[in-house]
Design a protein around this ligand. Structure first.
Ligand code: ADP
Length: 192
């Protein structure tokens, strides 16, 4: 099997998590979602969870050092040695730099960065629908607004970095989940 190391980028509600799960299944690689890891740490009341709770629930970002340590540990697990889909990390330039160093250490360069593009209005509708189903504490209109601001300021600049490295592919996330996934698979066929 071809090894794939993938980063998913995109604004809140763009569908990163949904597509990352499908990519992971299709390619037999782990789906690594920092948002999910933080939510389960919060639910478990671990030290990480206690540090992260208020920050996550306000829509801000937890400090780079904290999340980089979580990722360092996760990527060192044996199941990540044949590739992975990163969902929600990196989110700041500092995290990009830390990831670059980590991937050099692990001798595991990124094959592709997939950026899912979706109009904010559609993304908000999708998130409010999800809130009704899952009751995520950060899917309220107020916090969603803050998450978009944080995204614009801290995460959006990352696409230029990966574009300049020649590994960014932008995907239109407005069609159905199946159509978006089919497009992603076409891209990944070209990469592998
Ligand atoms: P979404 O992409 O829908 O905004 P996530 O599930 O990826 O949601 O993340 C939820 C929250 O978890 C973020 O708003 C942030 O508070 C925290 N978080 C997740 N990943 C990171 C990260 N890489 N750095 C800092 N905070 C993070």
């Amino acid at each position: 099997m071809s090894e794939l190391s993938i980063v998913m980028l995109g604004a809140p509600g763009a569908g990163k998590g949904t597509q990352a799960v499908r990519i992971a299944e299709a390619h037999g690689i782990p789906h690594i979602s920092t948002g999910e890891m933080l939510r389960s740490a919060i639910a478990a009341g671990s030290e990480l969870g206690q540090k992260a709770k208020e920050i996550v629930e306000s829509g801000a970002l937890v400090p780079d050092e904290l999340i980089v340590e979580v990722i360092r540990e996760r990527l060192s697990q044996p199941d990540a040695s044949g590739g992975f889909v990163l969902d929600g990390f990196p989110r700041t330039i500092g995290q990009v730099e830390a990831l670059d160093l980590l991937l050099v250490e692990l001798a595991r360069p990124l094959e592709v960065v997939l950026e899912l593009e979706l109009e904010q209005e559609t993304a908000v509708e999708r998130m409010l629908g999800r809130a009704a189903e899952q009751g995520r504490a950060d899917d309220t209109p107020e916090v969603i607004k803050n998450r978009f601001e944080v995204y614009r300021r801290q995460t959006e600049p990352l696409s230029n970095y990966y574009r300049s490295k020649g590994i960014l592919v932008v995907i239109d996330s407005s069609p159905s989940m199946d159509e978006v996934f089919a497009e992603i698979e076409r891209v990944l066929d070209g990469v592998a």
